[in-house]
Each structure stands twice: as structure tokens, then as C-alpha cells.
Ligand binder design. Sequence first.
Ligand code: COA
Ligand code: ZN
Length: 315
Amino acid sequence: MTVDLPDSVRIVEVAPRDGFQNTRAFIPTGRKVHIIENLLEAGLKEMQIGSFVSARAIPQMKDANDVVTTILSRHDADGLSVLVPNMNGARRAADAGIGEITYVISVTEPHNRANVKRGVAESFDELRGIIASPEFRFRRIKLDLATAFGCPFEGRTPQSLVLERVAAAREMGIRDICLCDTIGTATPKQTRDLLELLGGSCPEVTFRAHFHDTRGAGIANSLTAIDAGVRIIETSAAGIGGCPFAPGAAGNTATEDLVFVLDAMGVNTGIDLSKLIRAAKDLVRQIEDPGASGHLIHLDDDKLFPPGLYRAAGR
Ligand code: COA
Ligand code: ZN
């Protein structure tokens, strides 16, 4: 694979949302805050720091308000966002004072029903209501399109269905869309084909990409997306993550694994890799049964940076 490299790529960290939501044992609020602060300290300024979802659906997120308000009281809010599934979540986000929300809709009908208990059309209607509501003053409303590549109930997701969802979002003014490989079945070819199609048909939309590493293709898909023009990739420290309502979903592309590859190829991410690896290792220690799919977290500290590695890579 040849990769056409940009000077820089933005990484959006999703461990505190996608990772924590898939962790069964409750992570105490203080520990969540500590993990988020370690990641911020490593330079991950763009981060999903939780989700305002039903505590019955995701008990792990019952303290999301405390996590968000604590982080906002101590850090610059720019780049921090929360995931919301409905109007109720948007209201909670507004009350918590966060300026940026990520609304989630699945491309495929059965996954949207399993995840947020409503049809895709109903989810779009609710998003339209959030956008139109004078009660909210969000700086940015982004859209996560789950199951954009594959669905646990319907198999491979047709490109035409992704296009349909993207068109519906554009029509209501959404300009920032993340294509999520929720169950980790995407391939580099599928990634390139979809992005070429979308890039050509809607140049005013900024596409992000989010690949689960369930089958080991996360880095390859992320690099392919970058090669196809994507400049924002979502990853999760230590590779924790998965959707509890998507059977078989597991492990995200690990942030530190992708940052290592980009760093070694001279692509700037603004992230301190040593601090990030320390934060990812610490995260795994703090969480019971994290389901981490990252590679670098398994290397001893003295094996992480062999002398001359970066010079050999042309830096
Ligand atoms: N945050 C917190 N509580 C919420 C909520 C939200 N965003 N939306 C609804 N609720 C509460 C309601 O207040 C109600 O509480 P009550 O029973 O004490 O009165 C209860 O949840 C049921 O409300 P309802 O509107 O009927 O929701 P539902 O049961 O149909 O569930 C969702 C719909 C969207 C709230 C739920 O499926 C959900 O949170 N899904 C998110 C799943 C997720 O996070 N997946 C991974 C990320 S992609
Ligand atoms: Zn995910």
C-alpha cells in the first residue's frame, strides 16, 4: 500500500466514551477524570469525554454529568464533546455547559433500533429538533454514523444507504460526519471506495473516520482513510471500546498505535507519544477487564523506543 501523507492529522480520542461504555465494572468518577486528564496532558485536546445516554442502557455513564462538569471546571472546553442519542441527552449536555455534541444515528435500521430504540427516520427528526431548538446554543453539532461499513444484523452496509444518511444530514445543515466501523469489518478497499464516493459528492462536509480493530484492520483502514483525504481520525487509548448493542463489537484502533505510525512517518499529531503510552498503560491498570486491543501497551518501557528508530524512519 502506498500512502500519500499529509503534514498533520487530527486525532479525536474516544476512550472515555466508546471505551468506558463497553467496560462492565463501574469505573469510579475520580478515576474517569484522572484518565481523561492524563490523555489531555499527552496532547489529546479533542476528546469525547462521555455520553448523555440512559443510565439503564449504559450504567457506566450514570456519572457523565459529574465527569463533564469536573473536566470543564479545570480545562479548556475547546475540542471536548459528548455523545447524545436524543433530545433529552442534548438538554443534559446544554445544562452541563458543554459546547459540542456528537449525535449518533446508525446507518442500518436494526442497529439504530437496538442502540437507541427508535427508527432511523425518528432519530433524524429528533436531530432536526435539536438543531432548530432555540433552547440550545451548541458551538458544534457533529454526527456519528454508526454501522457505516458493516452491521451486526444485516452484514455489509451498502454504500447507497450511507449516501442516503449523509444526504439527510447535509439537508439539515450537518457539516461534520464521522463514518464509524462499529463492528470492525471494514477493509482498506471498502474504506477507499466509500470515501472517494462521498468526497466527490459532498465537498462541503468534513468526514472523520472511526475504525474498530476487532479483526486487526484498524490501522490499515485509518491509513487508507488518511490517504483518501480524511484528516481527522477517531481512536481510543489502549484500544478499548465497543458498542454494547452491537453483538461482536470490540476494541478500537489504539490511539498510541496510530500516533506511533504517524509520528514515525513524520506526520504531526501534536501528541506526546511517550506521555500517551504512559497514559494508556495507566488506563489499563485503572480499569477492570478493559478489553484493550492496543499493541504498544504490551511493550516494556525500555523496548518502546529502540535507539535510532526515528532516524531510520527518516526523521
Ligand atoms: N439521558 C439520560 N436518561 C435518559 C435519556 C438520556 N439521554 N433519554 C431518556 N432517558 C430516560 C428517560 O428520562 C426515562 O427515564 P424514566 O424511566 O426514569 O422516566 C427513560 O430513560 C426511558 O426514556 P425513553 O425516552 O423511553 O427512552 P428509551 O427507553 O426508549 O431509550 C435511549 C432510548 C436513546 C435513551 C436509550 O436507548 C439510550 O440511552 N441509548 C444509548 C445507547 C448507547 O449509548 N450506545 C452506545 C453509543 S453508540
Ligand atoms: Zn466505536
